[in-house]
Design a protein around this ligand. Structure first.
Ligand code: ASP
Ligand code: MG
Length: 402
């Protein structure tokens, strides 16, 4: 079997951990597998490099910043390859460029456009284990680039695809993807498997298991990813093409407590009003999470409510006030005491009952629903922030996820 194994910074926090990881790779090689190792920088190295750069230049020089940022992964790859060799598994550290990862020139968040793994193939044929620096590549005109924070996941998936590996294992300090955040829902459990789209949806709700770009790449190239813990024996979670399980149309529930609701009350009920309000926010670089228009009042007036991230609150408020003045509306209502509870699952689109189950669960707990939004794979409700934890637990139970 040909296996790509990626280890994140938390699995390589210090030399002791790095040596433990090397032992594990060594054992996999000993048992007869061809392994390509991908490593992140050790612990918080990348953050420290970023701080240093800011102390010097404020990060004004993107190509040089990438040149610096790469060095974290180079250290861990070199140390890992040395330790593997010491254990008796011949290994060679390689940069992203040497591994054949070609990108565009978008420094800091470069996109991979081609992988040419000849050197990797050659080393594997010689029974030398390549240890590739995650998170980096090279542009066609020869400049080093980095792939965005968390980009070592993308390196691993791109290499697994180019090498047609039998498996791509992403090791970190979490035991996979859970049915809910275990810090909020004590009986949450790790999922055996979920689809790329479900993973993307959960990532947008704050699940930080895999880099989003990496999931997109896996979806496009059809690579099955196994996300698992370095420190626990559990098999973790597969992210793959899945069949919908009719008995369980909902895969996981998620909570977002960093949202603010803005209500434009009594704006004119005529074509173009919602477009105008949303365009204004978009121009200010503010992402709208949910948007919703209430039935119009008798006097041809309507209410538009929307939610934005808390960090955009002050700017969104200013834009909405301005919009309200220009359109002529009666009031702006701002409410930061909200939370969004979402049920996510590939089965949502075929199961009308999912929304009803969610609403019933909240109703039974006497939790008021302020806004509702549905998509192909998600149903979300806005509730009071004080009810958030109770709501999430209630919904998790209602879908039988515990
Ligand atoms: N070291 C980089 C980061 O911290 C890349 C990675 O960890 O995947 O963002
Ligand atoms: Mg990292």
């Amino acid at each position: 079997m040909r296996v790509v194994q990626k280890f994140g910074g938390s699995s390589l926090k210090n030399v002791e951990l790095l040596r433990a990881v090397a032992r594990r790779v060594h054992e996999t090689v000993q048992s007869g597998h061809d392994v390509v190792v991908v490593v992140s920088a050790m612990g918080d190295t990348t953050d420290e490099l970023l701080e240093r750069a800011q102390a010097v230049s404020g990060g004004e020089s993107p190509s040089n910043l990438d040149f610096l940022m790469m060095t974290g992964e180079m250290q861990s790859a070199a140390l890992m390859a040395m330790e593997l060799s010491r254990l008796g598994t011949p290994a060679q550290a390689l940069s992203g460029a040497q591994a054949g990862i070609y990108t565009n020139r978008e420094f800091g968040q470069a996109r991979i456009h081609e992988v040419k793994p000849q050197l990797l193939e050659k080393l594997l044929a010689q029974h030398t284990t390549p240890v590739v620096t995650g998170f980096q590549g090279v542009s066609a005109d020869g400049f080093y680039t980095t792939l965005g924070r968390g980009g070592s996941d993308l390196t691993a998936i791109a290499l697994a695809s180019a090498l047609t590996a039998d498996s791509c294992e992403i090791y970190s300090d979490v035991a996979g993807v859970f049915t809910a955040d275990p810090r909020v829902v004590p009986n949450a459990r790790a999922l055996q498997s979920l689809s790329y789209d479900e993973m993307l949806e959960l990532a947008s709700q704050g699940a930080q298991v895999l880099q989003t770009q990496a999931v997109l790449y896996a979806r496009q190239s059809g690579v099955t990813v196994q996300a698992r813990s370095t420190f626990e024996p559990d098999p973790g979670t597969r992210i793959e093409i899945t069949d919908v399980d009719d008995a369980h149309p909902v895969t996981a529930v998620a909570l977002d407590v960093h949202l603010t609701k803005l209500g434009l009350v009594g704006v004119p009920d005529r074509p173009g009003v919602a477009a105008f309000a949303c365009e204004r926010l978009a121009q200010a670089g503010i992402n709208i999470d949910l948007v919703f228009q209430a039935l119009s009042h008798e006097n041809a007036r309507a209410d538009i409510a929307l939610t934005v991230a808390d960090r955009d609150r002050a700017r969104a408020e200013a834009v909405c006030e301005e919009t309200l003045r220009e359109l002529g509306g009666s009031a702006l209502v701002v409410d930061g005491d909200i939370a969004k509870v979402s049920a996510v699952g590939a089965g949502v689109r075929n199961h009308v009952g999912v929304a009803a189950t969610l609403f019933r669960a909240l109703a039974d707990a006497s939790i008021n629903i302020q806004m509702i939004s549905t998509s192909e794979i998600k149903v979300s409700c806005i509730v009071a922030r004080a009810d958030a934890t109770r709501a999430l637990n209630q919904v998790h139970d209602a879908f039988g996820l515990g």
